[in-house]
Design a protein around this ligand. Structure first.
Ligand SMILES: Cc1cc2nc3c(=O)[nH]c(=O)nc-3n(C[C@H](O)[C@H](O)[C@H](O)COP(=O)(O)OP(=O)(O)OC[C@H]3O[C@@H](n4cnc5c(N)ncnc54)[C@H](O)[C@@H]3O)c2cc1C
Length: 401
């Protein structure tokens, strides 16, 4: 058994030992507030067991291990449906950025330790009504105000903003230069006067995303995490920081075995659906596709173990897995007939076809929309020429709205 397999086995044993307290089975029917409280207790237990900040420096409460142990732990953790979702973005991007770019190390250390133990949550305030895929097109303004800055504008789709203590934010500090060059990156206290968070209800019934309004929100210059005008590169670093997280070839939807069971239980033309050639073909296609994606992940892991950096092929994983999850869920719903009309807004997309289907479109947008992933594949894997970019080099305030 390799070291990494031994690590995974130890992690699995620990996860099994706490699954009865925190796992998917005990979370059924819990309200958001109860889930969050349970999540905070789980993060504390994870921290105490030595599985928090796995690849972070011990100086910040981490374990000082590598990215490989981190991904190995995440792959095991995913199987238990632990209540870690509220903290995924916080620990995935804003907190590592704070660790890397905040000059006040004592402040950063205190925040990181609290975030690792579930006591504080950070959100990522990038997207806006006019700037999602095109991050450099954002409009929220930061204007100099004495020795600090004043923020005015709106962010949109900010996950878990309603539970967040702090956020990282990109703002336009100079509209007279090309759009990428006029941005600056800050952290902001979400409890500051002038910050208003309004939850947005998604089709699945949950309120994970929010609109966040900034009305003359005053921040110090010490909140700045990039040079003035240098925010775009820190924003890119934020998006690249965890290029390889644990992926799921099921697209975070149900396991294929669940579809096979359904096909055995339901009928087409009086016969078990599993005997229908079209259903068997879908099972075979999905099986082959998921194995292909697992092979891409396995190759990336081997590259990292060999000290190499995996390439952009990871974008294939999200693109293909979530799209296929959506199609397979639709087929499962068709097979269920009128039984499919039942909808349980507490159900998990990992084991319920309706929840999986209704949540799939957001999965195809969040963290890089399908078309953006196709652009990455076209330009960075296939080497095709870049799209025409008519706003390249044009001062932001001269780009037609
Ligand atoms: C569940 C969820 C959670 C999210 N959480 C956060 C968060 O915590 N923080 C945050 O900042 N944002 C968050 N987002 C926002 C997310 O990053 C954006 O929705 C995403 O980047 C797409 O931006 P948009 O919604 O503005 O769509 P747009 O960018 O307006 O895109 C609309 C459509 O046009 C296509 N398109 C856009 N540009 C191109 C192009 N150049 N070529 C081809 N097609 C193109 C897109 O693919 C898409 O189909 C979240 C979104 C969701 C759904």
């Amino acid at each position: 058994m390799s070291d990494i397999e031994a690590y995974s086995e130890r992690a699995r044993e620990w996860l099994q030992s706490v699954a009865g307290e925190f796992g998917g089975a005990v979370r059924k029917g819990l309200s958001d507030a109860e889930n969050l409280a349970l999540g905070r207790r789980y993060l504390k237990a994870r921290f105490d067991a030595g599985y928090a900040g796995i690849n972070w420096s011990p100086e910040f409460g981490g374990q000082g291990l590598t990215h490989i142990e981190k991904v190995a732990f995440e792959a095991e953790e995913m199987k238990f449906s632990m209540p870690s979702g509220f903290f995924g973005i916080s620990l995935g991007m804003p907190v590592p950025i704070l660790m890397k770019y905040c000059e006040d190390k004592a402040f950063a250390k205190e925040r990181v330790l609290k975030a690792l133990q579930g006591e504080e949550i950070w959100c990522q305030l990038f997207s806006e009504p006019a700037g999602g895929s095109d991050l450099a097109g954002l409009r929220l303004r930061a204007e100099q105000d004495g020795n600090g800055w004043k923020l005015n504008g709106q962010k949109l789709w900010t996950s878990f903003a309603q539970y967040s203590d702090y956020g990282v934010i990109v703002a336009r500090t100079d509209p007279t230069v090309a759009k990428h060059k006029g941005l600056t990156y800050f952290w902001v206290d979400m409890k500051s006067p002038g910050v208003e968070v309004r939850p947005v209800k998604l089709a699945a019934g949950d309120h994970m995303v929010n609109e966040v309004f900034f009305d003359d929100v005053r921040i110090d210059d010490s909140n700045r995490l990039s040079p003035v005008g240098g925010g775009f590169s820190v924003a890119m670093a934020t998006l690249m920081i965890e290029r390889y997280t644990a992926t799921d070839s099921a697209g975070f939807g149900p396991h294929l075995d669940l579809f096979i069971s359904l096909a055995k239980e339901t009928k087409i033309g009086g016969k078990p659906a599993i005997e229908d050639g079209r259903i068997r073909q879908q099972i075979a296609r999905n099986y082959a596709m998921r194995n292909g994606l697992d092979a891409i992940t396995a190759r990336a892991m081997l590259m990292m173990r060999a000290g190499m950096e995996p390439g952009p092929e990871g974008s294939l994983n999200k693109l293909v897995s979530v799209r296929s999850r959506q199609k397979l869920s639709e087929l499962a719903i068709d097979l269920q007939g009128t039984d499919a009309l039942h909808y349980d807004d507490q159900a998990s997309s990992k084991d319920d076809w309706q929840a999986s289907w209704i949540g799939a479109p957001t999965g195809r947008i969040a963290g890089g929309a399908d078309e953006m992933l196709l652009n990455t594949i076209a330009e960075r894997i296939l080497g095709l020429p870049q799209d025409h970019r008519p706003d390249k080099g044009v001062p932001f305030n001269q780009i037609p709205a």
